[in-house]
Design a binder for this molecule. Sequence first.
Ligand code: DOR
Ligand code: ZN
Length: 359
Amino acid sequence: MNKEVKSLTTITPDDWHLHLRESPIIEQVLPFSSENFGKAIIMPNLEPPLIKLSQAKNYQKKIIDLLSPKNTFKPLMTLFLSEETTIKDIYDGANSGIIKAIKFYPKGVTTNSTGGIRDLSKVYKLLEKLPDLDLPLLIHGETTNTEVDIYDREAYFLDETVRKLRDEIPELKIVLEHITTKNSVDYILENNSKIAATITAHHLILNRNHLFNGGLRPHYYCRPVAKREHHRIAILKAATSGNANFFLGTDSAPHFDDNKESSCGCAGIFSAPNALSCIVQIFEENSCLQNLEKFISTNGSKFYNLPLNSTFTKFTKFQEPVNHPKKINIGNKFITVFDPDFPLYWKNQVIHNPFKETN
Ligand code: DOR
Ligand code: ZN
């Protein structure tokens, strides 16, 4: 029997950056998110991408139809910003109440982003509408200029694109997604409350050496790729600080193993099953459990102006390591779960009344 060592309760967490994919993957990966998180920002980089409200609506319905009857998980939808996006698309999305953000991928930067934007200044006219609609712009912040060293592409993009955008439209609400550099942390800290960042569990754990530890590790490859150790430490400090402008976005991004273990492997780490276990353990190791709830449960909702979840989550620490799946099986294929490379001791469970142990 694995003994409980301690426990703590927080408002149920949210995932502010999640890839759920389509059938047959979505059916298998969704429960890991819907059973552990209250809400999640759903990425629109499907094939084809979700550019129109009708596409996002259909996808949201698909997600909701897959939930078990009592599950109250809320999929918060985003629209994929393309060169064909119209002002009507933005207004339709905002007025529907379904669309909570617009996602900007530089063209070709990562999985399913060929429909992204080549030159952001061409769509400033559209972006000027977002502040009045209270829609944030979610940014995949890496330059696609292949002459720039891959480890410098996030920092370069800040200077090349984000600074200009903010000079042009200072009132725009921005989330820099899955930040990996001290440059991005410092940029957020220097600026006002209109700019925030999501941070993944894996970028709190990995530095660039892990990708090559004893051989090439395709399951640690994601975009933006993990950087040097001093960048990881800066991100860790930001996440655990409780600062309102940093919150959890797992960027859980499942790909079949044969697409990752390939001569040109896909970017993406599937962390939905154990991201919260990783995070709580990291906060404990850094003596920052008092800031856990801010990072996983409240900072994000406040930034997005959305209500906090009405359920609670109990985190329990066990004496012996706890089990999470190592792979999930879909037909005759597998998807590997993120391996933090250290034992995990925490499990979590949503509870509807924190004063009752179970319900
Ligand atoms: O590693 C990544 N995978 N980064 C992204 O930006 C996209 C994601 C995916 O969709 O696979
Ligand atoms: Zn992503």
